[in-house]
Design a protein around this ligand. Structure first.
Ligand SMILES: C[S@@+](CC[C@H](N)C(=O)[O-])C[C@H]1O[C@@H](n2cnc3c(N)ncnc32)[C@H](O)[C@@H]1O
Length: 274
C-alpha cells in the first residue's frame, strides 16, 4: 500500500475560518499575477473552501468556466453552500484527488489555465500532481503553481522561542512526507512535468504593526501554529511548555509598535508545449 499524507491543517470550523481569512489576505495578489482573461476555462486544484475559485469565476465572466477539485467533503460542502455568489460565470466543485484527477477522457487537455495554491506542500508526490495538471491543460495553456517556502519567514524583532517552534513546525511537514520548502522548487517541478517555465515571482505576504491588516497576518500565523499543536506534541517535536510559551510570546510580540512579519508566496508559471 502507498504512503498516505494526512492534511496537516485539517478541516475544523476554526481552520476553515483561518483559511477564509488567509484568502482575504492573499487573493488580490494571486489574481493580479494570474491575469485571467474573459472566457477562459480554469481548473483550480485543491480548491479548499472555493474562495479563490469564486474570485476567478468573476474574472473569466459569463463565457468562462472554473472547475475546483478538492479531496475533502467538508471543504466541498462549505464551498458549495456559498456558491450563490455569481450567476455571471459557471463554477463547479468536484471531489477528487490532485494525484488522480477525476476527468472524463474529453476533459483532459481542455483547460486554458490550471492553478494550484498551497497544495503541493501537502502532497506526497508533487511531481505527479504537476504531471496531472500539465495533462489537464490545453497545448499552449498555462499552469501556475503558488506555494510556501517556510524557510522564508522572518519576524523582527525575533519573538523569544519562535524559531524553535517554526523549525519544529517545518519538521512536521517532513515527517508527514511533505516538503516545507516546495515553493523554491516549483519551476523545476513544472519543467519535470513537461511544461515550459515562463516566469516566477514572489507575492508579498507580510505586514507590520501600524498597518490595518497586521492583526490578520498575526492571527493567521497563530492559527497555523495552534492548528499544528497535536501534530507537534504527539511527535514530541517540542515540549508542551515551550510550545505554549512561544505562542504566548508571539501574541505579546504582536502588540509591539515595531513588529514586522516578512514572508512571500512562491509563484511559478509555465506553458504546455504546442
Ligand atoms: C491550504 S488549503 C488551500 C486551499 C486553496 N487552494 C486556497 O488557496 O485557499 C489546501 C487544500 O488542499 C486540499 N487537498 C490536500 N490534499 C489534496 C489532494 N491530494 N487532492 C485534492 N485536494 C487536496 C485540502 O483538503 C485543502 O482544502
Amino acid at each position: 500500500m502507498g504512503r498516505v499524507s494526512s492534511y496537516l491543517h485539517g478541516t475544523s470550523g476554526v481552520e476553515q475560518r483561518r483559511l477564509a481569512l488567509l484568502n482575504r489576505l492573499v487573493n488580490q495578489g494571486s489574481l493580479r499575477e494570474l491575469g485571467l482573461r474573459k472566457g477562459e476555462k480554469v481548473l483550480e486544484v485543491g480548491s479548499g473552501l472555493g474562495h479563490f475559485a469564486r474570485e476567478m469565476a468573476r474574472q473569466v465572466g459569463r463565457r468562462g468556466r472554473v472547475l475546483g477539485i478538492e479531496q475533502s467533503r467538508r471543504q466541498l460542502l462549505r464551498a458549495r453552500s456559498t456558491q450563490s455568489f455569481s450567476r455571471a460565470a459557471s463554477l463547479e466543485f468536484r471531489q477528487g484527488d490532485a494525484l488522480h484527477l477525476p476527468f472524463e477522457e474529453e476533459e483532459w487537455g481542455s483547460f486554458d489555465v490550471v492553478h494550484a495554491r498551497f497544495l503541493l506542500e501537502h502532497l506526497l508526490d508533487p511531481p505527479r500532481a504537476a504531471e496531472q495538471m500539465v495533462r489537464a491543460v490545453r497545448p499552449g495553456g498555462r499552469i501556475i503553481l503558488e506555494d510556501d517556502d517556510h524557510d522564508l519567514l522572518r519576524l523582527d524583532p525575533e519573538p523569544e522561542g519562535f524559531w524553535r517552534l517554526w523549525r519544529a513546525y517545518m519538521r512536521v511537514f517532513r515527517l508527514l512526507g511533505n516538503d516545507p520548502l516546495v515553493g523554491r522548487k516549483l519551476t523545476r517541478i513544472l519543467l519535470g512535468a513537461g511544461a515550459l517555465p515562463r516566469r516566477n515571482t514572489w507575492i508579498f505576504f507580510g505586514s507590520c504593526s501600524g498597518h490595518p491588516n497586521f492583526r490578520a497576518y498575526l492571527e493567521n500565523l497563530l492559527g497555523v501554529l495552534r492548528g499544528a499543536r497535536e501534530a507537534l506534541l504527539s511527535r514530541e517535536l517540542i515540549h508542551a511548555t515551550d510550545l505554549h510559551k512561544a505562542l504566548r510570546e508571539l501574541r505579546t510580540w504582536g502588540r509591539r509598535p515595531d513588529a514586522s512579519i516578512w514572508y512571500a508566496i512562491a509563484w511559478a508559471e509555465a506553458r504546455k508545449p504546442r
